[in-house]
Ligand binder design. Structure first.
Ligand SMILES: [Ca+2]
Ligand SMILES: [Ca+2]
Length: 393
């Protein structure tokens, strides 16, 4: 292997699975400015340990609706899926083992951002705090310890700031999708891509301020949440909110992906990555509120961007999840990449389609490297009642 190709290989080798594979490894190098303990996660640290079922879920809102948020009344729902496909059988919905088993979960009510955090909102945060995102920082060689066998082989010129984007120039002539990790061919690590430059230094957010912010890491999300007085949703809160009070639906609007020919979310039409039909009108991100909201009034809970949630990722978590307000496992484990810290992202993105990840399904989960900025991943925030009581608002 030529040394100049090492960084891309780090990205690719470090990731396994679906699109999240390419999230890993590229910037396991970001120094922490805001720890999770400091970042509005306090409410997550107060589980009801006395009684796992506890009192009925909180359904009534406290206070008035914060700007841009909607009340999600607490309740009980079936999380995950029981439609696990046996090996060798057709699996057109690309259902994965980590969605199984379906299990009953109770969540207390909370306020949730109606949309993904937009460029306008993130710009205000950066303007006030002078925050520098992960993608804008130059990686350090030492941050690859444990990920790369010999960090001395990483060439200096490859230690550059950037993010993971679609590789428009992948080798179409020699493209194959018959081996594990074929998705890698369609991704690249782009120097100087960051939230202000979604796909590279020559791109800008000037005309897309109403699009969701991209290329943000988990740490970046925590910093924003702290500034906003909010927190990331748990995975259970996120799925409960996405389902909108209806059980066993494939999508948050029903069971048909394109009912009556109407596109209900921003995803990829055609076989990924060769055939990019763009029938829904958006190749990459779309302005928030471009597609119909779900039953709770939330936009883009399917598609547009993957959204960070606060839970660590473990493939087997649903076998062990507590019933009330589950907050994820105590540590992460993606068997394919046990050395890489991963958390869950939900909802799919404009890069998802029917021949690949189908992340826009209600039950679909993704595991993502917490330190990798990516042009199809963003976030939204929540506020729970304990945070309101604590702040006195
Ligand atoms: Ca699209
Ligand atoms: Ca989304």
């Amino acid at each position: 292997m030529k040394s100049s190709s090492l960084i891309p290989m780090i990205i690719f080798v470090a990731c396994a699975g679906f699109l999240a594979w390419v999230l890993a490894g590229s910037q396991s190098l970001i120094t922490s400015e805001v720890s999770s303990d400091e970042a509005g996660q306090t409410a997550l640290d107060a589980p009801d340990k006395k009684d796992p079922n506890g009192p009925p879920p909180i359904t009534e809102p406290i206070g008035t609706a914060p700007k841009g948020m909607v009340w999600i009344p607490g309740g009980t729902f079936k999380m995950g899926t029981d439609f696990l496909v046996k090996p060798g059988k057709p699996n057109p919905d690309r259902i994965k083992l980590d969605e199984y088993p379906q299990h009953e979960v109770m969540v207390d009510g909370f306020w949730m951002d109606i949309t993904e955090v937009t460029n306008t909102q993130f710009a205000k945060f950066v303007e006030e705090t002078k925050y520098v995102t992960s993608a804008e920082k130059i990686p350090k060689r030492e941050d690859f310890i444990g990920i790369v066998p010999d960090i001395s082989l990483i060439p200096e010129e490859n230690l550059v700031a950037g993010a993971l984007v679609f590789n428009e120039d992948f080798d179409r002539k020699n493209f194959r999708d018959d081996y594990q990790g074929w998705e890698y061919q369609a991704w690249k690590y782009q120097k100087d891509a960051d939230w202000r430059h979604p796909t590279g230094p020559d791109t800008s957010i000037k005309d897309i301020m109403d699009h969701p912010v991209v290329n943000v890491t988990y740490e970046d999300c925590l910093a924003y949440c702290k500034w906003a007085g909010k927190r990331l949703p748990t995975e259970a809160e996120w799925e409960y909110a996405a389902r909108g009070g209806v059980e066993d639906e494939k999508y948050n609007w029903g069971n048909e992906l394109v009912p009556d020919g109407k596109y209900m979310c921003n995803y990829w039409q055609g076989d990924f990555p060769l055939d990019r039909q763009n029938k829904d009108g958006f190749l990459n991100s779309s302005p928030v509120k471009s597609f119909p909201p779900n039953r709770f009034g939330l936009y883009d809970m399917s598609g547009n961007l993957w959204e960070w949630v606060s839970d660590y990722y473990r493939q087997d978590y649903f076998f062990h999840s507590p019933k009330r307000n589950p907050k994820g496992p105590d540590d992460w484990l993606d068997p394919a990449e046990p050395e890489i810290e991963k958390r869950v992202t939900r909802g799919g993105s404009f890069m998802c389609n029917t021949n690949n990840c189908t992340g826009y399904r209600n039950a679909a989960r993704m595991r993502s490297d917490v330190t990798s900025p990516c042009f199809h991943t963003g976030f939204r925030c929540v506020i729970d009642t304990s945070m309101i009581k604590k702040s006195g608002k």
